[in-house]
Write a protein that binds this ligand. Sequence first.
Ligand code: CTP
Ligand code: MG
Length: 234
Amino acid sequence: MDYTVMLPAAGSGRRMGAGENKLFLPLAGKPILVRTLSVFQNDPDCAGIILAVRPDERERIREMLAAHGITKVTAMPAGGGERQDSVRACVRAFMEAGGKDDSVIMVHDAARPFLSRRVIRELAETVREHGAAIAAVPSKDTVKQVADGIVESTPDRSTVWLVQTPQAFRAGLLAEAEEKALEEGFIGTDESMLVERLGHPVRVVGSTYDNLKMTTKVDLAIGEALLKRQEEME
Ligand code: CTP
Ligand code: MG
C-alpha cells in the first residue's frame, strides 16, 4: 500500500539542551535523523519522503542524506516557527508536485526512530478505507485533569490513549484541515486535532510502547538501550 511521508525536522531541540537541532545527535553512532529516515528508505511501500528543514541546515542535511544512502527524499521545504507550519510546508510541497487528494500521506516526527513496519502497514490500510488513522498506545498510568494543583477529574483509564506519530490521512483531507486551521489561527499539538475539527472520524491503530520521541536526555539513554536489545535479538 503506497504512501508518502511528511517528516518535520525543522525544530530546535530546546528540551534536549544540546545547543543544536537534536536530530543531529548520534544514537548508537548514527544521527537520530538518519535512523528515522532509514525506516522509510527501507520500506518498499514508501514512495517518497518530504523533509521540512531549517534553511540554515539544508546543506548539512543534504550531505548527511548522501553519506547514508538516503535516496527517497523528493523535496526539502523550509519549515516554520511551529511544528504545524513545518508539516503544512510538506503537504503543500506534496500537492504542488502533483499529489492527489486520495493519496495516502503519513506525518511522522523525525525525532521518533523506533516506529515499526507493522504499524505503518496497518495505518496505510486503515486510511485507504476510512481517511484518517493515528498510532497510539493505551495509557499504563491513570490520568488526572488538574487545575491550580487540584485534581478536577479522572477520565476512565480504559478510554485514555497516548498518541504518537505516524498519523496517516488522505492527502486532500489533511490539506483542507491544515488550511482551515491556518485561516482560523488554530494551533494543534498533532495533525489529528486539525482533522477532528472538520468533524471527520479518526481511527486509532494500536502501536508499540517503544515508539518513543527523543525529547530529553533520558530518551537518548532509553533509545540506546532499545537499540542494544534489538542488536542482541538479531
Ligand atoms: N519540528 C519542526 N518544526 C518546528 C518544530 C518542530 O519540524 N517548528 C519537528 C522537530 O524537528 C521534530 C518534530 O517536529 O522532529 C517533533 O517536535 P519536538 O519533539 O517538539 O522537537 P523540537 O521542537 O525540535 O524540540 P523542543 O520542543 O524541545 O524544542
Ligand atoms: Mg517542539
